[in-house]
Design a protein around this ligand. Sequence first.
Ligand code: HEC
Length: 375
Amino acid sequence: MRTSLRSLKLVFAILVLGSAGKGYADEPLAETQKVDGLAVQTYARQLSSQLAGRPLTVAERATLKAEGGAALPGLLKAWVEEPFFAKAFRARVEMLIGTSGERDNVDFNLPGNLAQYIVTQKLPISELLTADYCVSAQGEKIPCDTKAPFAAGVVGTRAYLMAHSGRFNLGRANAMMGAFACTHYPMSVTLQPRIAKEELISNFRISSPEEAQAAGSTGFGNGSACYLCHSQFAAHAQLFVKFDDKGLYRNEATGLQSKSLEFGRSDEGLFASHFVDAQRAADESSDVFGSKAANLAEGMKTLASNPVFLRCMVKQVVAHAFNLDSEASNKIKEDFMEVVAESLAKEDTTAQNVYRKVLAHDEMLKAFARGVMAP
Ligand code: HEC
């Protein structure tokens, strides 16, 4: 039977569309059972290839045939223990944040090393953002390379900071929220309160086309209501104000707009703050999801302990397992991510367990089964 590609596409149609807000719990289970054998084999084939880097073994196929879906938790448990999984997770994290290799004498492998270490040491997946160390190619703990008085997981590396360096530190803030909170600007104000207008430099106070025109702005790039997005951006970008374009921590950074360089740049390879007050502009402390953060390290702790982080990891696991691009994975329904994230025990969030729980989750299988069944 030719099921793989077609059914994988269908899965996502199903995950995406769900049952139009009705939730998943009331889906009849009988439907799953009817297609059990076919759906489970196809599903298992995809997962063994992504997580264990190999096809199903004869023994695994026999187990699946005999036990159907009931065999999956056991198989998944074994796959995430295989050495390939640590490398697969590493590669996925590197892809998510666009770091790998070496250039300009900077080790772009530090984020990947940490990701791999988290798997081999069976640490919580949140350590991606909260690790207060970096990891060498040999898998040893080492200090990070930014010279900052703190570390902040994969984000606190020159690799991340250089890969996303840019005006107002917007790229750094945007990539972090996209990869680890699965949110984009503007985001819910319940999640991220806005910085008050009067605290921002005048360009970002603009909240209507009329104000934009009055300010002589032609609607910069993303429309004219700058305040809508940049009132939240301001908070996250501020955590990066002390890092220059080489990813190095510069205590003397002022966050002030350069007089000679383009909009958004500070002097000496640094970037401007959104804040208008000079003292505030130079201060890297900020607000993440309504909590005060003294610096990037604290900000990342807040992000990693917010429920959006695990929900986002659920989505990233699905995207990894089925090779979804960001456009497809952005359509995975919020309630699906929430249901699955809530099933994860807080004290049991190693990468291995997150993958196992997400991919063996009943809702995941049901969605997959519906996809295989659809004409
Ligand atoms: C819908 C949300 C949104 C609105 C509205 C918006 N921006 Fe942005 N802005 C973004 C995003 C997203 C980025 C890209 C960040 C990145 O580099 O990943 C960005 C980037 C920028 C940059 C940096 C560009 C660069 O080359 O690095 C500037 C400057 C900027 N915005 C100014 C403005 C101004 C001024 C306005 C109002 C006229 C505005 N933005 C309105 C979301 C928005």
